[in-house]
Design a protein around this ligand. Structure first.
Ligand SMILES: Cc1cc2nc3c(=O)[nH]c(=O)nc-3n(C[C@H](O)[C@H](O)[C@H](O)COP(=O)(O)OP(=O)(O)OC[C@H]3O[C@@H](n4cnc5c(N)ncnc54)[C@H](O)[C@@H]3O)c2cc1C
Length: 438
């Protein structure tokens, strides 16, 4: 089951495969442990921003043939009004990390592709059907990890245990790292034919209901429609109530997919952790905290974690304790920025309070008027800009655009200033929460 690894990676999702590949480049032997999932029933990340595509290719996890099978996407079309009003386009700039196209492909296919590729990397062994079930965490550099496969158990010593076992990480608990779950959202996803999408080559964001609806091609002539269903008193809302703003051909294709059954569902909560390292354990990807998927930043973060861990080990010349401290420090800014952005964007696009409507109007006006604004927003969404103050800077521009051209003269302006003032407290609270994120 084990061999004699330097590092054990728990979890063969995008975070685990990227970590295994990165650590193998240091000359470390890696055991990647994956119990297996019902991938065809799982709704999760499919949209990969350009920089993350480039990183996965560099790590040998996405080959040109895999890239050719996926749907290439140049950015997003935002439909703020019912058609025929043309959508706003947020396009990746050529030169962003050497690539200007994102990719999307079915999550199950993506997972299988990455795990198969990880298994072919020199110094990486994949133990399928195997899970981490316990940990004797000594000092960094001296952990003992309990593995189980079927009825078989084994204790394996290693220098480092990487917990890449997702948002509900058990390894995180085993390491004694506390976490807090808050918020919550239920998502439904349906597969349709990509010919029903009105803006080929782009990801689609439809505004106009309580939550935005996302749609994108996933290769092989197929597309995914993904939407959030309300939790709370109106939790029985039917798909057609959440998707009434879609253009007719897309609504009909979705209606047919709903009637045929077979949709995927997922209940996600935000997870904040008290630490990302302890003893000889490092958390990566969703195990180290997750947020609302609206910005599609989870996989970018997971892959960036793998590179940061490798670089920290390099800089610390293999001193695991020092490397883990460096890793924890280096990842904080990006995690804070993406958590803040996801919360702000979700509240802005879905909030019904006047203050949120004010922000939404400001955001749409900002995107409509400013090419620089659209580019800056996309850099934040795609995680090529990872500083908290950049998020706050963009928020200030959005608020200023909210004040422009108020409906109803002076009284309108007074209402908008009032709405902006009401934003101060929630934004201060959100920013304070962000500063606590590890
Ligand atoms: C509805 C939805 C849509 C999303 N869309 C996007 C998107 O478009 N783009 C994007 O970038 N992100 C998106 N995300 C987020 C993205 O899916 C996650 O951030 C990403 O999949 C996290 O990868 P991971 O490897 O950290 O965790 P996971 O993918 O959850 O993998 C964890 C792995 O650990 C394994 N495991 C569990 N327990 C153990 C154990 N004890 N021992 C060993 N292994 C174990 C599991 O079997 C699993 O394979 C979305 C999320 C949701 C919920």
């Amino acid at each position: 089951m084990s061999g004699d690894p330097d590092v054990i990676v728990a979890g063969g999702g995008v975070a685990g495969c990227a970590a295994a590949s990165c650590l193998a480049t240091l000359g470390w032997s890696v055991l990647l442990v994956e119990p297996g999932q019902h991938e065809e029933r799982r709704l999760s990340g499919e949209f990969i921003h350009p920089a993350c595509v480039a990183d996965l290719a560099e790590l040998g996890l996405l080959a040109p043939a895999d890239i050719a099978r996926a749907a290439p996407l140049r950015g997003f079309a935002v439909f703020a009004e019912p058609s025929p009003t043309p959508p706003m386009h947020l396009l990746y700039r050529s030169g962003d990390a050497g690539r200007s196209t994102a990719l999307a492909l079915d999550h199950g296919t993506l997972r299988r592709t990455l795990l198969d590729a990880a298994g072919r990397i020199e110094r990486v062994s994949v133990a399928r059907g195997c899970r981490v079930v316990g940990l004797d965490d000594g000092a960094p550099g001296r952990s003992a990890v309990h593995l189980a496969r079927g009825g078989q158990r084994e204790t394996v010593p290693c220098r480092l245990l990487v917990a890449a076992d997702g948002a509900s990480s058990r390894v995180r608990d085993m390491a004694g790292i506390a976490h807090r779950r808050h918020g919550g959202a239920r998502f439904s996803g349906y597969r349709i034919g990509s010919e029903a999408l009105p803006a080929p080559g782009l990801g689609h964001v439809f505004l106009g209901a309580k939550h935005p609806v996302l749609a994108y091609a996933i290769g092989d002539g197929a597309a995914r429609v993904l939407f959030e269903q309300p939790v709370g008193p109106d939790r029985r809302a039917r798909p057609d109530e959440c998707t009434a703003m879609l253009p007719a051909p897309l609504r009909e294709a979705l209606g047919a997919a709903v009637s045929a059954g077979g949709g995927l569902g997922f209940a996600a909560r935000h997870v904040a952790v008290s630490a990302v390292v302890r003893g000889g354990v490092a958390l990566v990807g969703d195990a180290a905290g997750s947020c609302h998927p609206l910005t599609a930043s989870g996989m970018s973060m997971a892959v960036a974690d793998a590179f940061r861990l490798r670089d920290a080990l390099c800089r610390a010349s293999g001193d695991v304790a020092l490397a883990l401290r460096l890793y924890a420090r280096e990842r904080r800014a990006q995690q804070r920025a993406r958590m803040l952005l996801a919360a702000l964007l979700h509240d802005t696009l879905g909030g019904t309070a006047p203050a949120m409507e004010f922000l939404r109007d400001g955001l749409l006006r900002y995107w409509m008027r400013s090419a620089g604004g659209r580019a800056a927003s996309l850099q934040l969404i795609a995680s090529t800009e990872t500083r908290v103050h950049a998020v706050l800077h963009e928020l200030a521009w959005v608020a200023l655009h909210g004040l422009c051209r108020p409906p109803g003269g002076l009284s309108g302006l007074a209402r908008q200033v009032g709405a902006m003032a009401k934003l101060a407290l929630p934004i201060m609270r959100l920013t304070t929460d962000t500063i606590r994120i590890q």
